[in-house]
Design a protein around this ligand. Structure first.
Ligand code: SF4
Length: 484
């Protein structure tokens, strides 16, 4: 669908409206002459007036909203109202209502917390989300449930930013999954290259460690951190223990991820080094799917590694699964869900496939079989029901662009097993300092709450060549935020 947008000649607003249009049609493009849909937004006599014209059938629609100058839960009243206008126009024009209404951000729960901080009651929040953001009732209830779980876990909600958390990105994997756009390079056969990356990472840890405040959580992700050898992991853990202020750490996660990278020795190392939580991610329990998405391990290995982790004392395991993988339908999903539930990990993260532009799946769409289609919503709902029936509760949620069915990713856990890192990071409650490749540092100003971001490079070569630059930048930021 080619769309022409005219909105006060305001480029930022046009971009925002275009991102809204894309939830109705992910393949929409902006166009000036050969448009199929024309959108004109004007303001007149204290009203916003929106007009939508469809070239294919000549139909046109108009929607009018009275202008409100101040809307307490948003800092951009113009953008908010114009998005409302465009959403209503598209619904009038016959496009399908969207589960998340006009919301396109990745952290919808933040909005609930913001309204709570403004002193709004649960009823008021419910009404705003449903009537002003046009979010479906079940999603609104889900958001409120998650926000209240999170507040219970962190009763002193705004007091978390005196401490920080750490994210360490290991950019290697055994193979690249077809849907992946993370910095995940096939683990080099030449160990020298990995060693150089590790030395740069350890140098970051050594120099930044003394500038860190007490840490709440440490998270090693990637990539697949367990792509490293046990000796390399030992070096990394030794550096973490030597230079990071770990006295008050409440959670230490390693994303083990791919079953074909997990060994008894590595699990023993986790146990002795104080790792409290690991992730073993099946994504699917169907061999043909694993092969189709480029995960070169056997389904059987998932069971073996899971049993081994239990035997080695791991008592907080997360498992990730993805809805909408190529070749998968509702029946296949039910089987994966039942196998995950049979294993009974402490937490289960249900992802919806995101068709990111740079992924192999999107680049080479014709090579993959798609069955999921409209079943995605049914899959998500079925997961919710089964998980809740088995005692799991949703505790964090995020969205991405180009998600199948315009849905979401939801982390569920057994009571008391919420991942603190996931909540702190997703709700932006405290500074997260990123190390290694593809790691973002998110700086939360302790006094104003203002959030800024810096990014480490995605590829190891750039990090290796510019280690000192990234170290100095982080030192400066930490000095600014945690001046004693
Ligand atoms: S294991 Fe994870 S990080 Fe690695 S390629 Fe697959 S999706 Fe990407």
């Amino acid at each position: 669908m080619k769309v022409y947008i005219q909105a006060f000649e305001n480029e930022k607003l046009t971009r925002s409206l275009f991102s809204l249009v894309q939830i109705f049609d992910a393949k929409a493009t902006l166009s000036t002459d050969d448009w199929e849909i024309c959108l004109i937004i004007q303001a007149k006599d204290e009203q916003y007036i929106g007009k939508l014209k469809k070239r294919m059938d000549g139909q046109d629609f108009t929607f009018v909203l009275p202008i409100r100058r101040n809307i307490p839960w948003t800092s951009n009243a113009l953008n908010f109202q114009v998005r409302q206008l465009v959403y209503q126009l598209f619904c009038q024009a016959g496009f399908k209502k969207q589960p998340w209404g006009i919301l396109t951000g990745i952290r919808p729960t933040k909005l609930v917390h913001k309204m709570q901080t403004l002193g709004m009651s649960q009823n008021e929040i419910f009404n705003v989300l449903q009537d002003e953001y046009f979010i479906h009732e079940d999603k609104v209830l889900l958001l409120q449930k998650i926000a209240s779980m999170q507040r219970k876990r962190f009763p002193e909600w705004s007091e978390q930013n005196n401490r920080a958390s750490v994210y360490i990105g290991i950019p290697f994997c055994p193979t690249k999954c077809a849907y992946c756009t993370f910095p995940a390079y096939q683990i080099p056969k030449n160990e020298q290259q990995v060693e150089q990356f590790l030395s740069a990472l350890i140098e970051e840890i050594r120099q930044i460690g003394p500038f860190l405040p007490a840490l709440t959580t440490v998270y090693i992700g990637g990539g697949t951190p367990t792509s490293l050898t046990v000796q390399q992991m030992q070096r990394l853990f030794y550096a973490i223990a030597s230079y990071f202020p770990l006295e008050y750490v409440e959670e230490f996660t390693v994303e083990a991820g791919r079953p074909d990278t997990i060994t008894e020795e590595k699990l023993r190392l986790f146990h002795t080094c104080g790792v409290t939580r690991i992730s073993i991610n099946p994504q699917s329990f169907h061999q043909d799917t694993l092969e189709a998405i480029g995960r070169l391990h056997q389904v059987e290995e998932i069971y073996q590694v899971y049993d081994l982790a239990r035997k080695m004392g791991m008592n907080n395991i997360n498992m990730d699964m993805i809805l909408g993988l190529p070749g998968e339908n509702y029946t296949k999903l039910l089987y994966t869900m039942s196998e995950v539930l049979r294993l009974s990990p402490e937490s289960i993260t249900v992802h919806t496939l995101a068709l990111k532009r740079a992924s192999q799946i999107t680049q080479n769409r014709s090579a993959y079989q798609w069955n999921a289609g409209d079943e995605i919503e049914k899959m998500m709902e079925s997961c919710r029901l089964q998980l809740e029936n088995h005692g799991y509760l949703p505790y964090y949620l995020y969205r991405q662009k180009q998600m199948c069915g315009n849905l979401e990713n939801i982390g569920y856990c057994k009571p008391g097993f919420e991942s603190l890192y996931n909540i702190l990071m997703m709700e932006e409650l405290q500074t997260i300092v990123g190390f290694g490749c593809g790691a973002s540092s998110k700086w939360v100003d302790r006094w104003t709450g203002k959030i800024t971001q810096d990014h480490n490079p995605k590829d190891p070569k750039t990090l290796i060549e510019n280690t000192e630059h990234y170290i100095e930048k982080k030192k400066e930021r930490l000095k600014q935020i945690f001046v004693k």
